[in-house]
Design a protein around this ligand. Sequence first.
Ligand code: AKG
Length: 207
Amino acid sequence: ERKLTEMIPVWESICEVNGLWLCREFLSENEQHWLLSSIRQEGWFNGGSFNQAMRFGEIPEWAKELAGFVREAVCFSTVEDQPLPSDLLWREPLFDQLIVNVYEPGEGICAHVDLMRFDDGIAIVSLESTCVMHFTRSKEESDNKELEEDPSQRVPVLLTPGSLVLMSGEARYLWKHEINRKPGFQLQGGKEIQQERRTSVTLRKLR
Ligand code: AKG
């Protein structure tokens, strides 16, 4: 059981990207171990031939518990400059779709906006190692509704193990997110981040 005293969420809003928040110390070390071992116990990645697992509808108990932590963190948020989306406090279920991604060093994910079949309010929990996620502004073309990238706006966000990202509104619909782990993209203070395996848990709600 999680004690509320253990959890005083400190959120920051990423001011360049409307609707993007980061909670760096979302999970304690123990909770990160619990989450990783819960994922391992699913056996999804045994054999090493898969690096992504998806569940729709009924998500595992540990993922429901994690969703509960997300709801609590949103509820107890003290961020003032950009309030978190309060509709997430009431949504039932908060999340009914899960993706677990496992990235070996050098592996990432191409710039994308999540599919429209998913509702607003997407959470990403990072585990095992730090990476930089880049957000790139897209602009909607009036004629064909395609999202076109504007390379002049590229915002790096450092995702440390145990952190939670929440995307809503513009961050979810008008910005692409990407993890490029090729040389030159994973920089912290001008230096390349030492790459290790990274696991992430993405929680979404089907429309
Ligand atoms: C996706 O699976 O669509 C993601 O964007 C995952 C992001 C991450 O691994 O942090």
